[in-house]
Design a protein around this ligand. Structure first.
Ligand SMILES: Nc1ncnc2c1ncn2[C@@H]1O[C@H](COP(=O)(O)OP(=O)(O)OP(=O)(O)O)[C@@H](O)[C@H]1O
Length: 251
């Protein structure tokens, strides 16, 4: 296993009854890479995310995180090993302010590592890190606003910031720009780019403008198989991908 690989899927299969939905997926995501998974409706993207995050068990094959097998572990254990899946805005505490949400995530990640007396001395550090994050998320002016009153794009940014604060090294993002206007989508993607610089990102996204703007690599999933896994330029030029999926947008 290469040191530079964060997430590695080997021969992953998933059956629902007799239907084979994921049909032997091999996929490597390098450390600090922004990897986007695309594919037509029903290709198996959500199923693959569920297999990686431990919500579903693989029927065959394995998933490794930083060289350790995580398939077979509970979502909670996988999360503690550094993989977080960000679900829309439901992870936020709607009645708590922006600052309180960030502090809460930071404390949660530290609470497991420090004894109480040490934990108390770390309070100032928590506040400093929360301030830093606020700035990176461009939410400093909104620090005392309850999360539920932020715009949709701001909530999405905060949600991703909170996930990062909770110690995630690998982040799975499900359609981060779903339901957003073009301007909001561009803004959120810019934030995601900034906030996740020390983090590995695997993202499902339908908006090809976003996909080609953010991805270091793209994998194309069609009928439960990876048709191509390559740079955006190579994927765009791939004839099989054009035929199976990109057709209209490319032309
Ligand atoms: N729990 C389940 N039981 C049976 N079939 C399922 C289950 N979950 C998903 N499927 C089937 O697996 C296939 C892939 O679904 P999945 O939701 O993973 O696709 P997707 O690529 O995420 O699609 P979309 O882009 O529309 O969200 C579909 O045919 C779906 O009906």
């Amino acid at each position: 296993m290469s040191e530079s690989v964060a997430l590695s899927l080997k021969g992953v299969k998933k059956n629902f009854g007799r239907a084979e939905i994921i049909r032997g997926v091999d996929l490597d995501v390098a450390k600090n890479e922004r990897h986007v998974l695309i594919g037509p409706n029903g290709a198996g993207k959500s199923t693959l995310f569920n297999l990686i995050s431990g919500r579903l068990q693989v029927s065959a094959g394995s998933v490794d995180l930083f060289g350790e097998t995580i398939s077979g572990k509970s979502p909670h254990m996988i999360n503690r090993q550094g993989l977080s899946r960000s679900f829309q805005v439901t992870n936020l505490f709607q009645n708590m302010t922006v600052m309180e949400n960030l502090r809460c995530s930071l404390l949660w990640s530290m609470g497991h590592k420090y004894a109480f007396w040490k934990f108390v001395t770390k309070q100032r550090e928590v506040t400093e890190r929360a301030e830093e994050l606020l700035e990176r998320l461009r939410l400093t002016a909104r620090r005392d606003v309850p999360a539920g009153l932020l715009t949709y794009a701001e909530q999405r940014a905060l949600e991703i910031g909170a996930t990062m604060a909770s110690g995630a090294k690998v982040l799975l993002l499900d359609e981060p720009t779903a339901g957003m206007s073009r301007t909001e989508a561009d803004e959120v993607m810019e934030l995601i780019r900034e906030v996740t610089t020390d983090c590995t990102l695997l993202m499902v996204e339908h908006d090809l403008g976003v996909v080609f703007g953010v991805a270091d690599r793209i994998s194309v999933l069609v009928y439960g198989e990876v048709l191509a896994s390559d740079t955006p330029e190579a994927v765009r030029a791939n004839a099989a991908v054009q035929e199976a999926y990109l057709g209209k947008e490319v032309h």
